[in-house]
Design a protein around this ligand. Structure first.
Ligand code: ZN
Length: 106
């Protein structure tokens, strides 16, 4: 009897999986995150019809500039170079126009 019960449980489980699989497939085929009407990702790819431009500041790091300077020669006559800072790195703030809906930058 116990074995029969176990068999029934397995069949029930299998049927349960089969019953759920169409839903699972539908979910995979069209996940909620990829619905065009909801997804920012889709909008970013396809673009939206009427952009809503908002001003935003963007900080970007401008890396320092170095150069190699000849400082002398070693005992074998090989040149010795030194890394010299030409311009320090800094943060640059720029104003950008970004669409609030799709994230596109003008
Ligand atoms: Zn847009």
């Amino acid at each position: 009897m116990a074995i029969l019960d176990l068999k029934h449980v397995k069949i029930a489980a299998l049927l349960g999986l089969l019953a759920l699989s169409p839903l699972a497939e539908a979910g995979l085929a069209r996940p909620a995150t990829l619905r065009p009407e909801r997804s920012g990702f889709f909008l970013a790819l396809a673009g939206c019809k009427n952009h809503k431009w908002v001003k935003e500041t963007q900080k970007t790091w401008v890396p320092p500039v170095y150069t190699q300077k000849l400082v002398g020669y070693d005992k074998d006559g090989k040149p010795i170079y030194e890394k010299v800072l030409v311009k320090e790195g800094y943060y640059k703030t720029t104003i950008i126009h970004k669409c609030a809906k799709c994230g596109k930058i003008k």
